[in-house]
Design a protein around this ligand. Structure first.
Ligand code: ASP
Length: 325
């Protein structure tokens, strides 16, 4: 074995302080399950399989803002973005603005493996997914989501939220919220030293229809290169993308900076440019070290590496979580 296999996943960075205890607990349970299943795939298969499996578990949970749990855009529809990247050959597959499917990350993988493209969007991506044999899934818009939509929409329109002010102004002037906790992502390294990254999201509450965030953009929400490492970011996509945050993190690792220090540098960069409360990132470097950092109240995360009995899980900064330097 050349490298100690590791999988590190996130369930989104954001304001977890406002979550009820049972919601936090649900997330911990699913993070643990996703890391455990991803790690199983890592033992028998590759880093690429591991990140796909882990993200699929989280998409299926209905608990995170990805797959079944995806939040609603301003038109009360679900529009999801997802991507996967293979550090062996820089293979990339991504989808943007798709609806009606449970596992966008797996559609992204098929695009990587079976087309000559890296990103397919909207209805064309949905048709391609059907062509690949993915089943349409009709139940992405639930009563609970519609109820929550009304709440966040009203708060936002009444001026109780500080984000998306241009769009709010636009709506108030009759020319036509922001909550981003729960996107999911995974990075892994297998015993051969291959790294991979995957990410999947419903975006955020009340985003404009057609909006695409950092998640399906190479180097923004994700990046993976065996020569350096893999990273997966979460937070306000419009800010992450401006800094190509995942590529920034991977470039540092390629220059010999550890995964932990590279994540800290990435979060320092976004904090210095745009302030706090907007992002988190996870990474593994090509030596099998892991790292994470966030400038939000919390970031759901789970780690499993060979030699550990079970995945370590945490949400807040002050919780114990295996950390390297
Ligand atoms: N980055 C995602 C987006 O902007 C949201 C998130 O990470 O929670 O679409």
């Amino acid at each position: 074995m050349k490298v100690r296999p590791v999988i590190l996943i996130h369930g989104g960075a954001g304001n977890y302080k406002r979550f009820a205890a049972e919601d936090l607990e649900k997330r911990r349970v699913w993070l643990k399950k996703a890391a455990a299943e991803g790690f199983d795939a890592l033992s028998s298969k590759s880093a690429l399989d591991a990140v796909e499996v882990a993200v699929k578990v989280m998409e299926d949970s209905g608990v995170f803002n990805a797959g079944l749990g995806s939040v609603l855009s301003l038109n009360k529809k679900v529009e999801m973005d997802a991507a996967i990247m293979d550090g062996r050959d820089l293979g990339v597959g991504a989808v943007a603005c798709i609806s009606g499917f449970k596992n966008p990350v797996s559609i992204a993988r098929r695009i990587m493996e079976e087309t000559d493209h890296i990103l397919i969007v909207g209805k064309a991506a949905e048709r391609l997914a059907e062509f690949f044999g993915f089943k349409r899934y009709g139940n992405l818009i639930t009563e609970a989501k519609l109820k929550r939509f009304e709440r966040v929409y009203n708060d936002w329109i009444e001026g109780k939220r500080s984000r998306m002010l241009k769009i709010r102004k636009m709506i108030l002037e009759r020319k036509g919220l922001f909550d981003f906790t729960g996107t999911v992502g995974a990075v892994a390294i297998d015993s051969e030293g291959n790294v991979a990254s995957a990410v999947s999201t419903g975006g955020y509450w009340l985003k404009l229809p057609g909006r695409v965030g950092d998640v399906p953009l190479v180097g923004c929400g994700f990046y993976a290169d065996n020569n350096g490492g893999a990273a997966s970011a979460t937070g306000i996509g419009e800010l992450i993308a401006r800094l190509t945050l995942s590529k920034f993190c991977c470039d540092l690792m390629r220059a010999g900076v550890s995964a932990q220090k590279a994540c800290e540098a990435a979060i320092d960069l976004i904090t210095n440019k745009f302030g706090k409360g907007n992002a988190g990132i996870i990474a593994v470097d090509d030596k099998g070290n892991w790292g994470f950092a966030f400038n939000t109240a919390g970031m759901g995360r789970a780690l499993m590496a060979s030699g550990m009995d079970e995945p370590a899980v945490a949400i807040f900064d002050e919780e114990p979580f295996p950390t390297l330097s």
